[in-house]
Design a binder for this molecule. Structure first.
Ligand SMILES: [Cu+2]
Length: 175
């Protein structure tokens, strides 16, 4: 009887030693892939350069590699006074932009920001940008997490062909 209790105690002790070590290995493997704790990947981040100090459109592919849905709620940049999310709608050949307050990406899904669709509206530029420049934009997600992404500034001709132009009509905007 005494021997059996001793073995149980020993087994429990071994579990307590081995388990934390196992958790440490798993954590270090997963935090490497997800920089902000939540599983977010941003690819092809770029800003369409315009030959004047006017609002610009930012584009990217946002991927949620996690198991919970991901909500992008705001963004900011040291190079722009105002950063928001817009969606371009084209109706009867006329394109217009509407503000989008937040964007939700389902688990294991991607959301593409591209000319003619979603874009990051960059207003009140604080410096003159040129093709080849890099602009940091911090994305803020529901839950308090954020991710800084460097966007490449590219000439308009570098944009993929699309059916419409984001710089279409929108009341009160000079583009
Ligand atoms: Cu816009």
């Amino acid at each position: 009887m005494k021997f059996a209790i001793g073995r149980n105690a020993m087994a429990k002790l071994l579990v307590e030693i081995i388990l934390p070590a196992g958790i440490c290995v798993l954590l270090s493997a997963s935090t490497f892939a997800a920089e902000i704790g939540q599983s977010v990947q941003v690819k092809d981040a770029w800003i369409r350069w315009l030959p004047a100090t006017v609002p610009s459109g930012g584009y990217m592919t946002l991927t949620n590699t996690g198991a919970a849905s991901l909500a992008l709620i705001s963004a900011d940049s040291p190079d722009f006074g105002e950063v928001s999310f817009h969606q371009t709608h084209t109706k009867n050949g006329v394109s217009a932009m509407a503000a989008v307050s937040s964007l939700t990406v389902a688990p294991q899904s991607s959301l593409r920001f591209a000319p003619g669709g979603y874009h990051i509206m960059l207003m009140q530029p604080k410096r003159t940008l040129h093709p080849g420049d890099h602009v940091p934009i911090t994305l803020h997600f529901a839950g308090g997490q954020s991710l800084e992404v460097l966007f490449d500034v590219r000439a308009a001709s570098a944009s993929p062909p699309g059916p419409s132009d984001d710089m279409g009509s929108m009341p009160g905007m000079h583009h």
